[in-house]
Design a protein around this ligand. Structure first.
Ligand code: CO
Ligand code: ZN
Length: 335
């Protein structure tokens, strides 16, 4: 599975520019699906089941969302000396940027600089940052206004701990792909949706959930962490199991979905953590509020350094998330 994670995280697809990652994921799932389609916003929708031996219960339509976009930057200005000004696509924080590298969708690479300032620390606005692509003037410059880049950082295998840019949410995509591989049969009609534009406001999940009209669903995404020096506010540790979301900044999980997840984890003897995240949300929020409402939850992968170029997860949590979701989908569900 590490090879798959490396392949997914080393692909560049900021929000709105998901075609590269969609091609990679489609190649992984094409032989596992009963049906594959791409909708108008670029969501990759992979249907599986129900199998021939579906039970007596009416078939439930379950939507599972993992977003395939990643945070990035977009050029707003190229000055006469060739420096590129930019704004963020999704949650891009200036303190994570200086010294980092970016790769534009057109292949151009560059480093991020920060203007000298009297106020060091957290308070630097994005406008003080620029990208240096090695050009010395705006003439014949490889970057135009509106060109888009992702953070440039290779995958790092530290044993149990794995580090990469875009673990948010390629790790969710990897989990969904592995569930598709491992799921022998399901009594449900399951739609695995690799969504677009999550980082700019769960937009792909909104349209795909409307189109699928699920009976219930959940997202697979990263959450934060509380197990590094002086990190406070969240009781989540890497390596203690996938987290079952109860609340985040934009959503209250349906308690029946939470109970289904906990029952499944206990039945399969898998470790899990209970998650109350103060800020941020996932595709599940959009799914919950579509049409006349959908019961949803979220399986979270604990992740350190979220929205930096070095997001870290624990491989054991990832494997246990796959097992948890396979267990959830293998049996009929009574909410
Ligand atoms: Co994110
Ligand atoms: Zn995410």
């Amino acid at each position: 599975m590490k090879q798959l994670i490396q392949k997914l995280t080393e692909t560049f697809s900021p929000s709105g520019y998901e075609s590269a990652i969609r091609d990679v994921i489609r190649a992984e799932v094409k032989d596992l699906a009963d049906e594959i389609r791409v909708d108008a916003l670029g969501n990759l929708i992979v249907k599986k089941g129900p199998g021939k031996n579906a039970g007596s219960e009416p078939v439930k339509r379950i939507m599972i969302a993992a977003h395939m976009d990643e945070i990035g930057v977009i050029a707003t200005h190229v000055d006469e000396n060739g420096f590129v000004r930019f704004t963020g696509i999704g949650g891009v924080y200036p303190r994570n940027l200086p010294g980092g590298r970016v790769r534009f969708v057109n292949g151009t690479r560059g480093v991020i600089g920060l203007e000298p300032t009297d106020k060091p620390g957290d308070s630097q606005p994005l406008e003080k940052c620029y990208i240096d692509v090695g050009a010395s003037s705006s003439k014949n410059h490889p970057i135009k206004i509106g060109d888009v880049a992702g953070f440039d950082r290779e995958f790092l295998d530290l044993g149990d701990k794995l580090v990469a840019k875009s673990m948010d949410d390629r790790i969710g995509c990897a989990v969904a792909i592995e569930v598709l591989k491992a799921l022998k049969s399901t009594p449900h009609e399951v739609y695995f949706v690799f969504t677009t534009q999550e980082e700019v406001g769960t937009r792909g999940a909104e349209t795909s959930a409307y189109g699928i009209d699920p009976d219930l669903g959940f997202s697979i995404d990263v959450t934060g962490w509380g197990d590094t020096p002086n990190q406070k506010g969240l009781e989540i540790s890497l390596g203690k199991g996938p987290a079952i979301k109860i609340k985040d900044g934009g959503m209250l999980s349906d308690p029946r979905i939470v109970n289904w997840m906990i029952r499944s984890a206990e039945k399969a003897k898998l470790p899990y953590q209970r998650e109350v995240l103060l800020g941020g949300t996932t595709d599940a929020r959009a799914m919950q509020l579509v049409r006349s409402g959908v019961p949803v939850g979220c399986v979270s992968i604990p992740c350190r350094y979220v929205h930096t170029p070095s997001e870290m997860v624990d491989h054991r949590d990832v494997l246990n998330a796959v097992k948890l979701i396979v267990e959830m989908l293998s049996h009929e569900v009574e909410l």
